[in-house]
Design a protein around this ligand. Structure first.
Ligand code: AMP
Length: 498
């Protein structure tokens, strides 16, 4: 699905929400903030390092020392940019926040690296955003007509302009006023001269947790970052909640959006979060194992070994092996010196990357019937290569089992997926997908199986409790930036390939 032409025409920016052209900016992110710490910037760098899996292309940290805001933003990993004392010394003060980002290219460069900063009538305003605003193009067009001059192509900057132009007197009211106009997914960490505000969109699509270390309050996308800095988990920031922490440490909670049924992203459990994080109160590792168990119950295979595609398939493969009684073995060894498959923007580069990243453990798989487990099939690139790799290494049969339902729809809320026409499951039914990847059999966990693994009886029990749009097409917000033609396309049944 592509954004409709009339919408694109005359737009002074190039942001397209997730799910569109490969050469446009999309974002997957992690955020971290701390207030009340002597070494706040160093703590943020450590926290972001634990969130590196959420974004590997750019990193930024901003700080405030009671007088001034400071900022250092760079392309690349946290360790490359924030491991020296000199880098941290540029960021003094007891309050700091940071951001890691993954985006496909598209001339984004440094100007899109967060936290973004602006001097507003109310004072300095720094913002770090995880998620994706699904009406950003509409809002931006309006703001530009009214004279706003944008410095970046990031959807996050829309929030800054909405805050700047709000007529409410206080920063908090302006911020709430701005967020009322925004649709989609946002977990935000904002810094002002008064303190830090952490908030989640009313559906709580992207995660955000709160912790404490000594007298400092910490916010992070995932609990793993709290663990790494030595902070104690306090609670998650609730969907629709704004937590305001003032410079003297007073914590206030606001719920300005009323009570809506939460729809946190189920894909955080499937792939995105680190397995040692607790998301929505559940251990990601345990959920992934439980998905593997469901998969074994729903789609057994006559095989000698259960082999995970490392690292994403490992917990589910353990669950599958324990449930089925088939031994778990590392039939594929992963090189840890290659980035994620998706990072390469062109198709050719992605193919080469799979080979550099994974290698068959030939001595183990030769002559064996293999159940191969991965978390998801997106374009099919990884599965196609890995099945072939198993065959080349002498596997006699390769049965592919996927620890999520078919990814048939694009995400518009901050998980990078290609446009719908590039999703294998949007083009083919499961039998055709199995043929495409040359597997002896292919099966996906059912949507109800996935819900059972996250602790719900079935998808409808909580109507549904999660955002599962990538598997069902059931988007929990309006997608204003999509043209009408594209909205209709969302509801089209998956076409079978003859
Ligand atoms: P593909 O090769 O296009 O079918 O992508 C599937 C592989 O990419 C799986 O091994 C997943 O672990 C991984 N994957 C799935 N979703 C994402 C994502 N949003 N970002 C990066 N990698 C992903």
């Amino acid at each position: 699905m592509t954004i409709s032409e009339p919408l694109r025409e005359g737009l002074p920016w190039d942001i397209v929400p997730g799910g569109n052209d490969d050469d446009h900016l999309r974002e997957e992110c992690g955020v971290f903030g701390v207030i009340g710490a002597r070494d706040s910037a160093a703590m943020v760098a450590l926290g972001l390092h634990a969130l590196q899996h959420r974004g590997q292309e750019a990193v930024g940290i901003s700080s405030y020392d009671g007088q001034e805001f400071y900022s250092r933003r760079a392309l690349g990993h946290v360790a490359q940019n924030f491991s020296s004392g000199a880098a941290i010394a540029e960021l003094p003060g007891s309050m700091a926040s940071g951001h890691v980002r993954y985006s496909t290219t598209g001339g984004s460069g440094l100007r899109n690296v967060q936290p973004l900063f602006a001097d507003l009538a109310t004072g300095g305003f720094s913002i770090a955003h995880n998620g994706n605003i699904s009406n950003a193009i509409h809002l931006k067009r309006d703001l530009v007509k009214r004279g706003a001059i944008f410095q970046s192509t990031s959807d996050t900057e829309v929030i800054i302009h909405l805050v700047a132009t709000s007529r409410y007197p206080t920063l908090l009211d302006r911020f709430i006023d701005a967020l009322r106009m925004v649709e989609g997914a946002y977990s935000l960490i904002v810094m002002t001269p008064e303190g830090m505000i952490a908030c989640r969109d009313p559906l709580g699509i992207r995660p955000l947790v709160m912790g404490r270390i000594g007298d400092s309050v910490v916010f992070a996308s995932e609990t793993v970052a709290l663990d790494v800095v030595g902070a104690e988990f306090v609670r998650q920031v609730e969907p629709g909640e704004l937590v305001e922490v003032s410079m003297d440490g007073t914590v206030l909670s606001h719920h300005p959006f009323g009570n809506r049924k939460a729809r946190p992203c189920i894909f955080e459990h499937v792939y995105f979060s680190r397995p040692d994080s607790i998301v929505d109160g559940s251990s990601v590792y345990q959920v992934r194992k439980a998905i593997g168990e469901q998969l074994a119950l729903e789609s057994p295979a006559d095989a000698d070994l259960v082999v995970p595609v490392p690292d994403s398939g490992v917990p589910a493969a353990i669950g599958y092996a324990q449930q089925s009684g088939i031994p778990f073995e590392l039939g594929i060894i992963r090189s840890h010196y290659v980035g994620r498959t998706f990072i390469q923007p062109s198709d050719g580069a992605r193919h080469a990357d799979v080979k550099r990243k994974h290698n068959a453990n030939r001595a183990l798989v030769q002559g064996k019937r293999i159940v191969l487990i991965d978390d998801s099939i997106v374009r099919g690139t990884t599965s196609l290569k890995i099945v072939q790799m198993m065959r080349d290494a002498g596997a006699s049969e390769v049965h592919m089992r996927i620890a999520s339902p078919p990814t048939s729809h694009s995400c518009f809320y901050g998980v990078d997926t290609p446009e719908r026409s590039k999703l294998l499951a949007a083009q083919m039914d499961i039998a055709a997908m199995g043929e495409f990847i040359h597997a002896d059999s292919l099966a996906f966990v059912s949507i109800d199986g996935l819900y059972r693994a996250v602790g719900e009886k079935d998808r409808k029990a909580k109507c549904p409790q999660y955002c599962d749009a990538c598997f069902t097409g059931d988007y929990p917000t309006t997608l204003t930036d999509l043209g009408e033609r594209d909205q209709k396309q969302l509801s089209l049944p998956v076409e079978k390939v003859a």
